[in-house]
Write a protein that binds this ligand. Structure first.
Ligand SMILES: C[S@@+](CC[C@H](N)C(=O)[O-])C[C@H]1O[C@@H](n2cnc3c(N)ncnc32)[C@H](O)[C@@H]1O
Length: 214
């Protein structure tokens, strides 16, 4: 029997993700403004305590962008231009948004050690190669800098685990891996996990804060 990672890698590929988010883009804000709000707010509150430049990978329609303090310089990337076009409209008047570019989080066109902080909200379970994305997030972060993830991670047992296993077959169409344990991204890089908390609604989401060693 295939493990979840192997099953998922058969279901999600780059073109499936692009097609899924082209479909999601027109209704994304309507569907996901509410359920994903707490995670965005928690992550950006954390980042607003820092200084410098921040990369938001998988910025989507940019719902988090208005939450950032003016003291931070924000770059956003997303693989879907359909999603990004909405982000650009949302922040046309904001000076702290430096650039919003179409880019694959698995192949970031930024130099090593470039950002004071990097954040990926609801991204790591929608990419075909999460380990590669984690390495890229680490690479572009300055030594001593912060990497923040907000995501849903699958349950190991119980009703929720069964439900997530059931959803797995729709992963390709949804552009999302419902069956994705947190262990899959831990210990794959030099990043040190400093803080972890579960978030509403119903503790469905987790915020993880990592530090890149000096
Ligand atoms: C669930 S949405 C989250 C969007 C946003 N972070 C939010 O809080 O609403 C996932 C986003 O990741 C983007 N994405 C998927 N694969 C990607 C990749 N390889 N590189 C960059 N962005 C990607 C999708 O296009 C989509 O906009």
């Amino acid at each position: 029997m295939l493990n979840p990672a192997a099953r998922n890698s058969k279901k999600l590929d780059g073109s499936a993700v692009l097609a899924a988010y082209a479909r999601w883009a027109p209704v994304y804000d309507l569907v996901f403004a509410g359920p994903l709000y707490w995670g965005r707010r928690a992550a950006v509150s954390h980042l607003n305590k820092l200084e410098g430049n921040v990369l938001e990978a998988g910025v989507g329609t940019g719902m988090s962008l208005p939450l950032y303090g003016d003291h931070l310089k924000i770059s956003g990337i997303d693989v879907s231009d359909d999603m990004l076009q909405r982000a650009r409209k949302r922040v046309a008047h904001r000076d702290n948004i430096q650039d919003l570019q179409v880019m694959d989080a698995g192949e970031l066109a930024y130099p090593d050690n470039h950002f004071d902080a990097v954040v990926a909200m609801y991204l790591i379970t929608v990419v075909p190669d999460p380990e590669k994305v984690m390495r890229e997030l680490e690479r572009v972060t300055k030594p001593g800098g912060t990497v923040l993830l907000v995501n849903h991670f699958s349950a190991q047992s119980g009703v929720r685990a069964k439900f997530e296993q059931g959803l797995e077959r729709f992963g390709h169409r949804l552009g999302w891996n419902p069956e994705f344990p947190r262990s899959r991204i831990l210990g794959r890089t030099q990043l040190e996990l400093e803080h972890e908390e579960t978030l509403p609604p119903f503790k469905l989401f987790t915020l993880m804060s990592f530090r890149k060693p000096e």
